[in-house]
Design a binder for this molecule. Structure first.
Ligand SMILES: [Mg+2]
Length: 270
């Protein structure tokens, strides 16, 4: 089972029961389709550790063959800023001093180790996630997880943190590499399946609404392809500047801020 470290930085938030809805708030049934990596889990430590380990291993391989590589290890801030601007991995390798064949060896190694259990342990829950999910549920919103992580892995992590009960359904991938490659068409396909299931279960479509929340262009494009409004979060692997290019319906800092927005919107609609 993939375990991740419990974030000790989870801040105290008001009791979501404080926000428990009255009957009016339930007059519009809202379904929130939510991504996993980024909105719920912070993967930045794992991705940076994967980069460090991959670079060190390539350096050792060449040293064993008698060649000293003049490498420059990027700081976590430099590395994450490049990921947030969606800098291609070969360019990150180039900026780290790798050349030619060395780059391909590095990329191969990164793909091999990014899902290894010792690196998966570096993932942490984003601050306030439990509070946000509790509040969305308390307000009668239905939560559906749509992730390119392996379904079993996502379920194990949610189970581990006692968060699985917040989700009505979980749609994941059957491919370990899918989350790392984060392809929009794959995400769209998953979201379409989730939406088809949602539409078939809605008794009064005129009184139903849906949102897609995620941290990458794949989430925004998937929401747009299925005609549901999107909320892009900047706490994940893309910057605000980058996300803006895809014109999400709204941009918020994290799931807590998005939850405040959805609760306010629901109250206005009621
Ligand atoms: Mg994500």
């Amino acid at each position: 089972m993939a375990k991740t470290a419990v974030s000790s930085s989870e801040q105290p938030y008001p009791n979501p029961c404080f926000y428990r809805s009255d009957a009016q708030h339930r007059s519009v049934q809202t379904t929130v389709f939510c991504d996993f990596d980024g909105p719920i889990v912070d993967v930045s430590d794992r991705y940076y550790s994967t980069y460090q380990q991959g670079l060190s291993e390539v350096k050792s391989i060449y040293e064993a063959e008698g060649e000293i590589l003049p490498l420059v290890m990027l700081s976590k801030a430099q590395f994450w800023q490049m990921k947030q601007e969606r800098t291609p991995d070969p360019e990150i390798a180039l900026r780290s001093g790798l050349r030619g064949q060395q780059i391909e060896r590095f990329l191969q190694r990164v793909r091999q180790i990014v899902n290894q259990p010792d690196l998966l342990h570096r993932d942490q829950l984003q601050p306030g996630v439990r509070w946000a999910l509790s509040l969305l549920q308390a307000r009668g919103m239905r939560l559906v997880l749509v992730t390119l992580r392996c379904q079993q892995q996502a379920e194990s992590i949610l189970q581990h943190y006692g968060l699985i009960q917040f989700f009505s359904e979980i749609y994941g991938s059957d491919n370990q590499q899918a989350a790392y490659f984060n392809q929009a068409d794959h995400k769209t396909q998953l979201l379409k399946t989730a939406i088809a299931s949602w539409q078939s279960s809605v008794r009064f479509p005129e009184a139903a609404s849906a949102w897609m929340i995620g941290d990458t262009e794949a989430d925004i494009l998937a929401g747009q392809a299925t005609d549901i409004p999107t909320i892009a979060l900047t706490c994940g692997i893309r910057s605000q500047n980058y996300l803006q290019r895809f014109q999400p319906t709204h941009i918020h800092a994290d799931l807590v801020a998005a939850t405040h927005y959805l609760v306010k919107t629901q109250a206005i609609a009621a």
